[in-house]
Each structure stands twice: as structure tokens, then as C-alpha cells.
Write a protein that binds this ligand. Sequence first.
Ligand code: SF4
Length: 376
Amino acid sequence: MATLQEVLQETVREGELYEKMERGFVRCYACGHCCRIPDGQLGVCKVRYNEGGKLLVPWGYVASAQCDPIEKKPFFHAYPGALAYSFGMMGCDLHCAYCQNWVTSQALRDPNAVSPPLRATPEGLVREALEHGARVVVSTYNEPLITSEWAVAVFKEARAAGLATGFVSNGNGTPQVLEYLRPWVDLYKVDLKSFEDRQYRQLGGRMQPILETIGRLHEMGFWVEIVTLIVPGFNDSDDELKRLAEFLAGVSPDIPWHVTAFHKDYKMTEPENTSARTLLRAAEIGKAAGLRFVYAGNLPGRTEGLENTYCPNCHQLLIERVGFHVLAYRLTAEGSCPDCGAAIPGRWGAGFQGQIAAFPFLPRFQRFDRIRTGRR
Ligand code: SF4
């Protein structure tokens, strides 16, 4: 029986984010690695490869699809309460030891990461999103940059159906991929994992392309939210958090920053789980750096109101949350504070439309066929 890699190589098409080079090489621009790939070889992500001087890229399948509250992504300033129909393919350009989506992201590097692919079409995915009442379609679970062509195909269908679109990404982008995505992606979450280049190198990347991507995303008008998973002993020093938060505030004090609690996962089982006290400390550092919207995640009800949105001008409570659950929503239809009229940055749509689910669930009518593989 075919390996997972062999099966996935039957569900590909020619990519759009690359250039042909001398002697059959290609240069891929889908992520910050910008791999120069000889004929017959894979890129670092192991899902894009050169065959006969053409770059072939993943197409026509999903590794998983799920209905998530948008608060889980997390987006707190985009359509609160909306259902985000979420899909992902396989593979990643980084290899974080604490990855919480390792079953799909590391499927091609780790023999324990078994997640059989399902055949899918953009039309089928969007039909399923609409049937569940989703307002947003999100590419997530693996690194969406490395499967950008497929995401754009799905998002074109989603836009035609009146849905918003989003990426949940490590932010290791390039100017070329951001130009390619800009017409089709509304919301962009970046996981800013550290503010030390040496830590990023441990995870298989570099920090500079990620910082540049955050700046470009903001300049280009994507709605950007940033998450930092606070891992004790890895990225939780006052100094590192201060530099990170000051960088974000320098891009824009209106960018929401989510500091979230680590729990032992995948290969990182040594550090202790993050305490509420550590999240509160990180949030204080973020506010002192000038960020106007700082949130604490993964410890519902334990972080002293840091799951809520407050007006930065008059400090009134605007959106009350516990975990992914929206308990109260007070913004005006224009996205302003009802008490002082201050405009609150975000994508608010025509206002709050209730919440279909405060917990993730699997789509009820999954009609996608499994692609059979034999792992070797
Ligand atoms: S997506 Fe990134 S890692 Fe994959 S081939 Fe392209 S540049 Fe290389």
C-alpha cells in the first residue's frame, strides 16, 4: 500500500507561488524559507516539491474540518459569536515540540501523527460551512501558508457565498504570498512564539520574516490578531515579553494580543503548565507597552476579566466572555462603544448575531471520502 507521502503526491497541482530557475531548479515563495528546490526534491515543508522543473503543491483534500467558535481561533475583534468553519491540510514549515495540532502539522515528519486525508472540493467545503450557519471560513490546523493555493480556491467560493475568510498561521510569510492572499483573506492570526531568533531557530525558522510579515499584514489592511503561547522557561521572561509587546505596539497599539496558557503536549512535556499568575504578568507587560487590547486565554474564568473587551477610552465593559462563550455584547452596530462613542478597531459586521456554539464540533454531514494510505 502507498505511503502517506505517495498518496498526497497524487492530490496536487502546479503551484502559483514560485519561479522557475536555471538547471530545473524552482524557488518557492509560499513561506519565509523561500526554498530553492532541485528537480525531484521536496521543500522543507515536505508537501511542495519539484517535478520536472514545476512546483507541485497540495490540492483537493483536507486532513480535518471542524466547526469552531471564532473565539477559539482566537479572533476577539472579528464577528464575535460567529461559527468559523475550519479546515486544514497536512504539513508545516516549522516543527515546534509543543505543537497542539501535531496530528496534521507533523503528519509527514512523525510516524505517530496519523490523520487520514479526506477528498474535498472548495464547493463541498463551502456548502458544508453554509449548512452549519458559519459566517467565516478559516484555514488552520496545519500551516496555511504552505497550502495557500488551495486556501485561496476555497476562499473564492466562500466569498461568492458571502462568507468572510481567515488564516491561522505562524506568520512565516513573504511579500509574494501576502500579495497573493490579500484579495481573498480578511482575518489573519499570527502565532508569535518568541522574541528570540535563537528560539525560532530551534523551531525550524527565523524570527525576522515573521516580524516583517506582521508589519506588512497590518500595512496591507488584513485584520490582524496576535497570539503568544506563554511557555514557562521558553518565552516567559519579563525582558522577552516586554520587547515582544513593544514591537507589537510599535506596529499598532490596536492589534489585539492574546497571551495563552501552555499545557504539556506532543514532545514538550518538561515545562510546567502556565499559571494564571504568569498570564496576568504577561498581560500587564503588554498594557504597559501601550497595547490597548490584551487578552488571556486557555484558563477560562481564572484571569480577572482578561477574556473581556473593555473600551480603551471610558473603560466600560463591551464584550463579556468566558472561554469561547460570549456572555454579553454591547457594541453599537457601527462597532463603537455605546457609552462614549469611541470606535473599537475590528471587523464587526452588522452587529452581534448570537452564538451557534461555544464549543467546537464536527460537521454533521461530512460527505468527504477517506483517501486510503498505508503508513511506512
Ligand atoms: S512552502 Fe516554504 S518550506 Fe514549503 S517549499 Fe515553499 S518555501 Fe519551502
